[in-house]
Design a protein around this ligand. Structure first.
Ligand code: 5GP
Length: 204
């Protein structure tokens, strides 16, 4: 049995984590891929819940050992997706959700295009994003400026995604997000399609 993949990208602070948290409450056959990062743990985050937090040296060793399905440097820190748990979840027929940046999306798409759906989430404007990041109060102004700069570049790549969600009113966005989750669970890999075609010709 082969599962499917939903890749989420979008600026830090656009609401991806809150949407995923809500979805995980009502769906039990979804695996959220917990990335590994070298960035500092934020207030309210926990090891093994939001990320696995390791040092730069450890991260570079894991790259050497081929532990990552994909990894990227974002805002001066490493972020990466471990291969093993993703493979196990796909083998168990689950929908795997990734919260990864545009670089990660490009790599995952190359490897899993036939079972993958992609969604870019953002705020109604750059100003709203700035306000949300300041209001969140988890990053210094210096870090916020870096994130805003990065988000401007990421916005240029929206066209590479299947869907765009503008997170203005959270409950409305959540409804649309649920619809996209349902659709992405229906993606079938090429092998299953070929099997079906053979069966279609040969069964009465
Ligand atoms: P944050 O520091 O706000 O949690 O995440 C910063 C950025 O890193 C976000 O755009 C997020 O999607 C991205 N990111 C988180 N985990 C991964 C990962 O495993 N791989 C890649 N390529 N990007 C990631």
């Amino acid at each position: 049995m082969q599962g499917s993949i939903l890749v989420l990208s979008g600026p830090s602070g656009c609401g991806k984590s809150s949407l995923v948290t809500e979805i995980l409450k009502s769906y039990h056959d979804i695996y959220f891929s917990i990335s590994t990062t070298t960035r500092d743990i934020r207030e309210g985050e926990a090891e093994g819940v939001n990320y696995h937090y390791i040092t730069k040296k450890q991260f570079e060793e894991e790259i050497e050992e081929g532990m990552f399905l994909e990894w990227a440097k974002v805002h001066d820190n490493y972020y990466g997706t471990s291969l093993k748990p993703v493979k196990a979840a796909l083998d168990a027929g689950k929908l795997v959700i990734f919260d990864i940046d545009v670089q990660g999306h490009e790599i995952v798409k190359k490897k899993f295009d036939d079972i993958m759906t992609s969604l870019f989430i953002t705020t109604p404007s750059a100003d709203v994003l700035r306000e949300r990041l300041i209001h969140r109060g988890t990053d210094s102004m210096d870090v916020i400026e870096k994130r805003l700069l990065n988000s401007r570049e990421e916005m240029q790549r929206i066209d590479e995604y299947d869907f765009l969600l503008v997170n203005d009113i959270f409950d409305e966005t959540l409804k649309k997000f649920k619809a996209i989750v349902d659709v992405s669970r229906m993606k079938i890999d090429k092998k299953s399609k070929d099997n079906f075609i053979n069966k279609w010709y040969n069964e009465s």
